[in-house]
Design a protein. Structure first.
Length: 507
């Protein structure tokens, strides 16, 4: 906890951390995929009618599904790679056999880990057209690292990811999502202490970080966005602490800053904007330390990512680079439906860019509408960032410490946030909001940067009539969005479900 905070605030930080981490643990150990009747076609009644409104297309399973602790194509794809690496010593998670060996009416049979009925069926796969071998479409570095953890569990404890899936999978998710989350909150408490001026601002910012963001929602599922957010904070911590204490970073600080910024990039590729946003000013203000420590720290995870890409598929580029090509558009691929008549669902969204931009900011998957605390954060960022011009000029002179100031950091956060948002508006083949997901998951790695900006804005509102009540309302709706998808984070947000229920919109 924040050592320099008064006893009362330290106690609140401690209690909120205990609550948030306990919730995350509960989501991990209680994880089980459940079939919701609303996601399936209604049965035909005796009078020949069925359901109401616009019904989903999928059929209710005729037999009891195999219990599993994975929720979606996203995490199943990653766990398929983990299993293949340890159990089969390969990145290949399946293979298409031609012709079909048993059924003359079917052209092929997909075998291996992703075979239907084995619990690892996934839309997030690619197929090498030259070998008919399947791979996860997710970057392989994270599964490779986690495969080492599964290897230890298997060798030391004898756990098998198929037989003991309710032990192996929660254990891995706990180490990826919960332990770093606890450290993340402790570090945030220290940074918030040096960011806000009032007790209300500090406690509101920390409460938001603890239970008011989607990092809690996704704590029970293996995903790349939560680790990316943690690493952004771990990278920013030595820089911000040095800035608050008006000193330069230590060599270890530079190394850690570069290392974790690059790890965030390997988890979420758009976090490269943060890596550049932090690294370029350091190279300008402190070129020697940046070259000797920051850059080597950053090169380690980036080199590991390229090495894993090459080991997995013989290419330095990730599978994403093949989107729209034969690796993705193989026969009966989910993604091959794009642009074809009858293709329905959010994955095949064809909205105009302005409509997509609105929903990604203020609509059913909105950064602000689902987490209205970010309205406060935006005010704090803009107010600080607008005063950064003089600090930018100082970078080219004899800037003290690292050259960074709160104003410059706020301006950097604004610039990279706009850059990332604009990037996704150019991805016209991916206007799907991240698929079936309860929030704008591609933006989650920005969460710690925006959480830090809540405090200075709350300081201003704390002294206004009704200001604290407004903050409480914004926090309440943020928490509502976080806990609405209680059973499965890979479901639509409450705003989209409401729109569908009243007949306003359905993808």
């Amino acid at each position: 906890m924040a050592a320099d905070a008064p006893d009362t605030r330290r106690s609140v930080y401690l209690l909120l951390t205990a609550v948030a981490v306990a919730i995350a643990v509960a989501k991990v150990v209680g994880a089980e995929n459940v079939n919701e009747p609303s996601r399936y076609k209604a049965p035909i009644s005796k009078d020949g009618t069925k359901g109401y409104g616009s019904e989903p297309d999928r059929d209710w399973p005729p037999t009891r599904p195999e219990p599993g602790a994975t929720f979606s194509s996203n995490d199943k794809s990653r766990f398929a790679t983990i299993r293949a690496l340890v159990d089969d010593n390969t990145y290949v998670i399946g293979k298409r056999v031609l012709p079909h060996p048993t059924d003359a009416g079917k052209k092929f049979l997909d075998t291996g880990i992703i075979e239907k009925g084995k619990g690892y069926e996934s839309l997030d796969i690619v197929m090498n057209p030259a070998t008919n071998e399947f791979y996860s479409s997710k970057p392989p570095l994270m599964p490779t690292v986690l495969a080492g953890e599964y290897w230890l569990l298997k060798r030391v404890l004898g756990w098998d990811i198929v037989r003991d899936r309710f032990l192996v999978i929660p254990f891995i998710v706990f180490t990826v999502n919960v332990l770093p989350f606890a450290v993340y909150l402790m570090l945030l408490a220290r940074l918030i202490e040096g960011t806000a001026a009032t007790d209300f601002g500090k406690l509101l910012a920390f409460t938001t970080a603890a239970i008011g963001t989607y990092l809690i929602t996704f704590s029970g599922t293996l995903n790349n966005h939560s680790p990316a957010a943690f690493c952004v904070l771990f990278s920013a911590y030595p820089l911000l602490r040095a800035m608050q204490e008006k000193r330069d970073m230590t060599p270890w600080g530079y190394l850690g800053c570069g290392f974790f910024a690059a790890v965030a990039t390997t988890c979420d590729l758009t976090a490269a904007a943060f890596l550049a946003g932090v690294g370029v000013p350091l190279l300008i203000a402190r070129p020697r330390s940046a070259v000797l420590y920051f850059l080597p720290g950053a090169l380690i995870p980036l080199a590991a990512l390229f090495a894993c890409n090459y080991a997995a598929m013989g290419s330095l580029l990730p599978a994403y680079s093949e989107f729209g090509g034969p690796w993705y558009n193989f026969e009966e691929s989910h993604w091959a439906k794009r642009g074809k008549p009858g293709a329905k669902g959010i994955d095949f969204n064809t909205e105009p860019t302005p409509i997509y931009a609105f929903h990604l900011l203020l609509g059913h998957h909105g950064w602000f509408s689902l987490t209205p605390m970010w309205f406060l954060a935006a005010g704090g960022l803009l107010a600080l960032g607008a005063r950064s011009a003089g600090d930018i000029r100082k970078l080219f002179g004899k800037a003290s410490g690292t050259g960074w100031t709160p104003e410059l950091f706020a301006a950097m956060t604004c610039v990279i946030s706009v850059t990332v948002f604009a990037f996704y508006l150019t991805r016209t083949q991916s206007y799907n909001y991240g698929g079936n997901t309860s929030g704008p998951r591609w933006l989650f790695w920005l969460i710690p940067l925006w959480a830090l900006a809540v405090a200075p804005a709350a300081d201003r509102l704390a002294g206004l009539k009704g200001g604290r009540v407004l903050c409480a309302v914004l926090l309440g709706f943020s928490v509502l969005s976080v806990f609405y998808p209680a059973a499965n984070p890979w479901r639509h947000p409450w705003i989209l479900n409401l729109m569908e229920y009243v007949g306003f919109l359905r993808y």
